[in-house]
Design a protein around this ligand. Structure first.
Ligand code: MSP
Length: 647
């Protein structure tokens, strides 16, 4: 019997020259989603992340802080570890390049290359960029500036040790040719092929201690430390020697995929690949380079003061919303822009109105109509609507998701998942369980509908889990499912109707409360003189988002009575589709209670409750008129179900 191949995934190891930012969070979240999915489908997973603690950048940061480099690393490491906890990162190993075991492996590999005469010593003169810690040739340097970071370079001549990287150029080209999916996406592969069109130079893998002392000493020359990239790349192998429960280089290597940012693709695709070739170690199966985030259209930088702090985002909006946004907003591989507006837009529309609403209305209806117990389906009541919903849920979990996750297309996976959420919400709108509930003759149909809604959510819970683990757990709790997500729940295909029925649902808090933006709380008031749209200032106009923040819904007036001692206020009981609410409306001069019972009206459903003459009002009705109400907004000639959204 052959063992299934394990899934070994890595992130870059991050420099500890500063606190973590959105870029670090992005790759780590992406790796976490893949790790969680592969565990869910029953694969053996090893997920490695960690810190790159040597080199000039870290030495300089420590000097600036006035402490020893090791103390500086020890101070910063917990900042990363705590963030990963907050972001629900499920890594199996956390490597630090100052770990003694890692240093031993680096030295062993250097010695091996030295003994094989693949490392030699030579005098080299070139233009050195301190920031990038690398030499450039005369033709690379642009007006005395580093072509990569645009900082001034200095001419430096020194003796160094070189790895015969150039010797492996053709082999690397052949490898790229034979393995089209080695570098992904395709556009990045082409960049690497382009880079390899020029002669590949040998790589300086040492730094004299006189210039940089913070690094791993060369095993064959105590006057030098190892170049930080040689040291760092080795982590992908050294970590396997001492971090998994059993040392498992043989079992886990080659890595399934190294996730990296586009800026560090060359070091991975060229330096690391040729190092492995020289060491006679197989190459990883794939290297995937993702794009970069800008912030409000600008490059993120400390000097601009626009660095997105993942701690603050998570504290304000929660880990799952952040995880969702980063992977939904742009295709992995392309650049994207982070803005408060687009983030809040996604929270309100996709998470609150989409997923959160589907869960809360389903749970509420099951509580109200089925004593809180998920009912069973009745085959005689299954129509095309149910068949369509079941087929969509099954194909999401069994086909669409595996297909897109395998190709590292997170946004497509999420689009497909949200397609099912939309279908689920439309299903409830169309089947209108609150109407079915009025007539006991519909009991079987009602049970069938609520069973299908709950079953859709059971499938969605699994689809959401890799991306939003906390949300999936809360969904399972509210649906009364006893899912243990640490188990391989999707190892065998899940079948429709295989769980869920008979579970007791538990109403919980909203999965994603809507975020009220300042604009929504105080909508721009038109100037009195700006009575025609043509003369409005841009400043007086609201964006579509402001309008979307107001949740308008169809409601049916079930009962109405006057508020004592008020000529103007009526107390209404309205049916909102999934719940009944009390609303106090200032329409008493225009209408008497008996005029309006049974009317289908429009209400603002997400208004904070308020008391009017001591009576609680949980919403607002829409009516025409200014000081005096002239008429309620009603639906006269169409039959629209309570709870339907008004847009
Ligand atoms: N230490 C090296 C990696 C060594 S791996 C053997 C390093 N560290 S880093 O901390 O500077 O960067 C880590 C990652 O953050 C890179 O993959 C980089 O692409 C990513 N990002 C930095 N800024 C980013 C954005 N603005 N957006 C997305 N990712 C970005 O490089």
């Amino acid at each position: 019997m052959t063992m299934p191949e394990p899934f070994y995934i890595t992130t870059p190891i991050y420099y500890v020259n500063d606190v973590p930012h959105i870029g670090h969070a992005y790759t780590t979240i992406a790796a976490d989603v893949l790790a969680r999915w592969h565990r869910l489908i029953g694969e053996k997973v090893f997920f490695l992340t960690g810190l790159d603690e040597h080199g000039q950048k870290v030495q300089q940061a420590a000097a600036k802080a006035g402490i020893a480099p090791q103390a500086h690393c020890d101070q910063l490491a917990p900042q990363f570890q705590t963030l990963w906890q907050k972001l629900a990162i499920s890594h199996d190993g956390f490597i630090r390049t100052t770990d003694a075991q890692h240093q031993t492996v680096v030295q062993r590999l250097l010695q091996k290359l030295y003994d094989a005469q693949l490392i030699y010593r030579a005098e080299y003169t070139g233009w050195y960029c301190t920031f990038d810690e690398r030499f450039w040739t005369e033709k690379d340097v642009d007006n005395g500036l580093c072509p990569d970071c645009q900082r001034p370079v200095e001419q430096l001549g020194e003796n160094n040790y070189f790895f015969r990287m150039g010797q492996f150029q053709q082999r690397l080209l052949d490898h790229l040719e034979a393995n089209p999916s080695f570098i992904r996406p395709e556009s990045r592969r082409n960049e690497v092929l382009g880079f390899l069109q020029k002669p590949l130079e040998d790589l300086s893998i040492s730094r004299p201690k006189s210039r940089l002392s913070w690094g791993i000493e060369l095993p064959f020359d105590a006057d030098y430390v190892t170049y930080v990239w040689f040291d760092a790349l080795v982590n992908y192998i050294s970590g396997l020697e001492y971090l998994p429960p059993q040392p498992s280089v043989e079992r886990l290597w080659p890595a399934t995929v190294h996730l990296v940012g586009k800026d560090i693709l060359t070091t991975h695709a060229v330096y690391w690949s040729t190092m492995l070739m020289a060491l006679e170690i197989p190459l990883p199966h794939a290297i995937f380079a993702h794009g970069w985030w800008t912030v409000n259209g600008e490059k993120m930088s400390k000097s601009r003061g626009n660095v997105v702090d993942p701690y603050a985002v998570v504290d304000q909006f929660g880990a799952d919303a952040f995880r969702y946004f980063l992977l939904r907003e742009i295709p992995f591989g392309q650049d994207g822009d982070f803005s408060h507006e687009s983030f809040i837009g996604r929270i309100n529309s996709d998470l609150a109105n989409g997923l959160g609403n589907l869960l809360s209305r389903t749970v509420t209806l099951i509580q109200r109509c089925c004593q809180g117990i998920v009912p069973s389906s009745h085959p005689s009541e299954v129509t095309e609507l149910e068949t369509e919903l079941q087929a969509a849920a099954e194909s999401l979990i069994q086909e669409t998701m595996p297909h897109h996750v395998r190709r590292i297309e997170f946004n497509r996976t999420l689009e497909a998942t949200w397609g099912l959420i939309q279908l689920g919400n439309q299903y409830i709108d169309k089947t209108a369980p609150w109407v079915l509930a009025k007539d006991p003759a519909n009991a079987k149909r009602l049970q069938t509908v609520l069973f299908h809604a709950a079953e859709t959510l059971r499938f969605l819970c699994l689809a959401a889990y890799p991306f939003m683990p906390n949300t999936a757990e809360e969904m399972a709790r509210q649906l009364g499912l006893s899912h243990d997500f640490s188990q391989a729940l999707l190892k065998n295909p899940i079948a429709w109707g295989d769980g869920g029925s008979g579970a007791t649902v538990v109403k919980g808090k909203a999965l994603f409360p809507r975020i009220e933006t300042p604009a929504a709380q105080s909508p721009a008031k038109p100037h009195p003189e700006a009575s025609t749209p043509a003369s409005k200032d841009e400043d007086d106009l609201i964006g579509i988002q402001d309008f979307q923040n107001v949740e308008l819904k169809v409601a049916k007036i079930l009962a109405a009575e006057r508020v004592p001692k008020s000529s103007k206020l009526l107390k209404l009981q309205v049916d909102l589709g999934t719940e009944q609410r009390q609303i106090v409306a200032g329409i008493g001069k225009k209408y008497s209670p008996e005029d309006i019972i049974g009317k289908t009206i429009v209400v603002v459903a997400n208004l904070k409750p308020a008391k009017l003459m001591g009576v609680e009002s949980q919403g607002m009705v829409l009516a025409a008129g200014d000081q005096e109400v002239q008429g309620l907004v009603t639906f006269e000639d169409v039959d629209i179900h309570p709870g339907t959204k008004v847009k």
